[in-house]
Ligand binder design. Structure first.
Ligand SMILES: *[C@@H]1O[C@H](CO)[C@@H](O)[C@H](O)[C@H]1NC(C)=O
Ligand SMILES: *[C@@H]1O[C@H](CO)[C@@H](O)[C@H](O)[C@H]1NC(C)=O
Ligand SMILES: *[C@@H]1O[C@H](CO)[C@@H](O)[C@H](O)[C@H]1NC(C)=O
Ligand SMILES: *[C@@H]1O[C@H](CO)[C@@H](O)[C@H](O)[C@H]1NC(C)=O
Ligand SMILES: *[C@@H]1O[C@H](CO)[C@@H](O)[C@H](O)[C@H]1NC(C)=O
Ligand SMILES: *[C@@H]1O[C@H](CO)[C@@H](O)[C@H](O)[C@H]1NC(C)=O
Ligand SMILES: *[C@@H]1O[C@H](CO)[C@@H](O)[C@H](O)[C@H]1NC(C)=O
Ligand SMILES: *[C@@H]1O[C@H](CO)[C@@H](O)[C@H](O)[C@H]1NC(C)=O
Ligand SMILES: *[C@@H]1O[C@H](CO)[C@@H](O)[C@H](O)[C@H]1NC(C)=O
Ligand SMILES: *[C@@H]1O[C@H](CO)[C@@H](O)[C@H](O)[C@H]1NC(C)=O
Ligand SMILES: *[C@@H]1O[C@H](CO)[C@@H](O)[C@H](O)[C@H]1NC(C)=O
Ligand SMILES: *[C@@H]1O[C@H](CO)[C@@H](O)[C@H](O)[C@H]1NC(C)=O
Ligand SMILES: [Cu+2]
Length: 651
């Protein structure tokens, strides 16, 4: 059946009219230059201006710090830990590097402006067309949004989708005192209505690699995601950097179709099966799906013997966690999420949804393969992912590292041993360079991840399978974002946890115990918190018990996504220093849609609003479209869903 469903596309004769634009301008004179590769191309100025070593493979991107006139750029192949330092070695001014306390100190850069136009489109990333009702920018992944440590970023999002609103979340960006730019529709804004646009503005304090994605219902599963890099220092040395690698499970059907099918037809008893794995939007569907696919290719990267490469790995999956490896090569892990760590070497790394790793690979195979080309493998971790044709260590060969010009397939073999259990990278290995120590005696809240009550009334006719993590499944109202109505939400399914430090001392930490269902057939849930890097105090696959040891208070791993192990718990702590309404949710798209999310109401009386009128304007445009679009009346337009407009949690 599923196979047949994938073949609908054979009948698709006409491609949509789609365009996708991304305009990158620097708010500053360097955009007028055409700098390439060498620093030579950049005119000498009395302030740091340079091509970042971890910039795009082909150069051309310029970091610029016009106000830091007495500073110089200090990253070198034999010391990547430094970024900017005072020219005068006796200066009392700070050096900016991996030891900087990035929450309190960062260099002042420039403003970078991007425009992203979102269109409905059909793509052929694995040779087959993406499903009937996909929502997309023209390219998948979306454009690379780049900035340098300390820059401001402004992204204007224009929504050309005929039948969906949208909002874009900047995964992992702290959004300190900037709740309204977090991009979660129905929480921090109304959706951007069809035909409208909105501009996100934020400052970068952290550096490293992340991604941005739509937070509107299941859109990101249909391709609305792209890489986001903030160039900065690194905790280990490398010669050159490779453009970010986004890995995802992919479905030839639209996620909206799958959702309807599994929830409504199957009562949520089956998990949608994905068709293929893509690296940076390239993959080859397993054979036998249907006739006449378009030519498809694997993502491939070139290595030059002896060099050290920085690779940036991002898991943008819907459902699957991947064990990433390159045959014959080890990986030196130097950063997890946005946090530089003491490096460690491994032959594979497990990347959960939303998680990112920076790794350094030495172009010097430990096991030399005939032909000198090597497979990149992304093996779905055991129990974490669902595919029509299951991928194994042998056939999860989803990319190629080439040392030669040859186009032949590699003959390399998988690294061994390579565990593929679905559990985060070992806890004790992720040791941040900049240490945090978490007080032991802090307020603790328990949130219970569990199957929620069935049914979606009053918003959606039952039955529908629901998940919850705090009191009730999340079910939002697009027209009534929490940020504009922190006291009186209009729904009964808001799942709000109030955290209010004015009851305690300044800079209070709180602890969240996230416990898993007792008997779940689902493996791990990747739990993501907005607005914070959290400290990961404990994580295990046994039931939670306060006397359980060890709880790590001294320099625990720090990140923004961690796996809640099957039948286990996750113990995290965060500093209550960022007033706002912050979403915490499972990053498995199906689970988030069915309510596995909550809102942390953090000192909401102190929320800093930068443009409340702008928020209200977006809501007015949304309400206007929602109420008046001719498409919303039966038989008059192309939007099918006029009867049950909102059919999931909203995120
Ligand atoms: C979106 O595109 C798909 C195919 O590319 C098409 O079938 C569908 O009708 C489009 N949806 C809308 C609302 O235009
Ligand atoms: C969004 O668009 C999809 C089709 O692309 C449709 O199935 C879904 O109902 C729409 N949902 C909302 C809430 O706009
Ligand atoms: C890892 O860190 C150690 C200690 O800081 C350092 O000596 C080593 O060179 C680093 N490894 C790499 C690959 O940079
Ligand atoms: C789904 O549940 C409804 C009511 O709970 C029931 O009538 C229907 O038969 C179920 N469908 C399937 C496919 O199990
Ligand atoms: C390698 O990538 C290029 C495009 O980047 C593509 O044209 C080529 O077909 C790929 N090679 C293989 C073997 O997939
Ligand atoms: C992405 O994360 C999901 C869920 O945590 C996991 O199942 C999948 O294997 C990850 N993919 C990669 C490439 O790490
Ligand atoms: C590669 O990594 C494995 C552990 O994953 C380790 O046992 C081995 O010694 C490493 N080899 C080299 C050459 O670093
Ligand atoms: C991978 O190999 C297994 C075992 O041979 C097979 O069942 C599966 O269909 C293959 N998967 C893909 C994606 O080709
Ligand atoms: C959603 O919010 C709007 C605006 O506040 C309100 O008019 C509407 O009744 C709410 N819908 C539900 C289902 O609560
Ligand atoms: C919430 O509702 C109460 C009672 O209806 C009202 O007095 C109060 O002003 C409302 N608060 C906000 C922020 O709208
Ligand atoms: C919320 O719950 C109350 C009491 O259970 C009920 O009377 C009311 O209709 C519900 N409102 C909504 C919007 O579901
Ligand atoms: C968990 O549930 C499965 C079926 O869903 C059942 O087979 C198994 O015995 C249960 N295990 C425990 C420990 O309750
Ligand atoms: Cu989940």
């Amino acid at each position: 059946m599923v196979v047949l469903e994938n073949c609908w596309a054979t009948f698709l004769a006409i491609l949509n009219f789609v365009t996708f634009n991304s305009i990158n301008q620097l708010d500053h004179d360097v955009s007028q230059q055409t700098p390439l590769i060498a620093e030579l191309a950049v005119p000498k100025k009395d302030y740091p201006i340079f091509n970042p070593p971890n910039g795009p493979e082909n150069g051309g991107f310029v970091c610029s710090y016009p106000t830091l006139t007495d500073y110089e750029f200090c990253s070198q192949t034999n010391d990547r830990s430094c970024w900017l330092k005072p020219k005068n070695p006796r200066s009392l001014k700070p050096t900016f590097g991996i030891h900087s306390d990035y929450e309190n100190i960062w260099p002042t850069g420039v403003t970078r402006k991007y425009t992203i136009e979102v269109h409905n489109a059909t793509l052929f990333p694995d040779g087959y067309p993406s499903g009937k009702t996909k929502v997309f920018p023209l390219s998948y992944p979306g454009p690379w949004i780049e900035a340098c440590w300390g820059d401001d970023i402004e992204v204007t999002v224009i929504n050309h989708l005929p039948c969906n609103g949208t909002s874009i979340h900047w995964h992992g960006i702290r959004m300190w005192n900037n709740n309204e730019n977090d991009g979660v529709n129905a929480v921090t804004q109304c959706p951007i209505a069809p035909g409208q646009s909105s501009t996100y503005k934020f400052h970068t304090r952290q550096y490293g690699t992340s991604w941005y994605h739509s937070h509107y219902s299941l859109q990101y599963a249909d391709g609305m995601a792209g890489p986001l890099t903030i160039h900065g220092p690194t905790s280990a040395n490398y010669d050159t950097a490779i453009d970010p690698i986004l890995m995802t499970d992919w479905n030839q059907r639209s996620a909206f179709e799958d959702w309807g099918y599994t929830q409504i037809v199957k009562n949520g008893t089956v998990r949608p099966k994905m068709t293929s794995i893509l690296l940076n939007g390239h993959g080859i569907a397993p054979p036998g799906t249907c006739a006449n696919p378009r030519p498809a290719s694997l993502h491939n990267i070139s290595f030059q013997k002896g060099k050290k490469y920085l690779l940036r790995l991002i898991n943008t999956s819907v459902d699957a966690a991947f064990v990433f490896s390159i045959d014959g090569h080890n990986l030196t892990v130097v950063e997890s999420d946005f946090v530089p760590i003491h490096n460690y070497t491994t032959n594979s790394v497990l990347i959960g949804i939303g998680q990112r790793y920076h790794v350094i690979v030495e172009a010097k195979p430990i096991v030399v393969a005939k032909g000198d080309n090597y497979w990149i493998r992304t093996v779905p971790a055991r129990g974490c992912g669902s595919f029509n044709f299951p991928y194994t260590r042998d056939n999860a060969t989803t990319g190629i590292v080439r040392y030669t010009q040859s186009t032949a397939n590699p003959q390399s073999v998988a690294n061994s041993p390579m565990p593929i259990d679905c559990s985060d990278e070992p806890y004790e290995k992720l040791r941040p360079i900049l240490e945090w120590h978490i007080p032991e005696d802090i307020t603790s809240y328990v949130t219970d991840v569990n199957i929620g009550p069935k049914g979606g009334e009053p918003y959606f006719p039952s039955p529908i399978n629901r998940w919850q993590m705090y009191k009730s499944p999340l079910w939002l109202n697009f027209s009534d974002p929490t940020i504009l109505n922190t006291e009186n939400s209009s729904t009964n399914f808001t799942a709000q946890l109030k955290v209010d430090t004015r009851r305690y001392a300044q800079d209070q930490w709180v602890r969240l115990v996230v416990t898993g269902p007792n008997n779940s057939t689902v493996a791990s849930h990747p739990i993501h918190l907005h607005g914070h890097d959290f400290a990961l105090l404990a994580q295990d696959n046994v039931p939670w018990n306060e006397s359980t040891k060890p709880i790590l208070h001294k320099n625990p791993p720090r990140r923004d996504v961690a796996l809640l192990p099957n039948n286990g718990y996750l113990l995290i702590a965060f500093k209550v220093d960022n007033p706002g309404v912050w979403l915490m949710h499972c990053h498995i798209a199906w689970h988030a849609s069915s309510g596995l999310a909550m809102q942390i109401m953090e000192n909401v009386d102190d929320i800093v609003y930068h443009d409340k009128n702008g928020l209200k304007e977006t809501c007015a445009q949304w309400s206007d479209w929602f109420a008046n679009s001719p498409d919303r009346k039966p038989g008059t337009g192309q939007c099918r869903q006029w009867e049950h407009f909102q059919d999931d949690s909203g995120i």
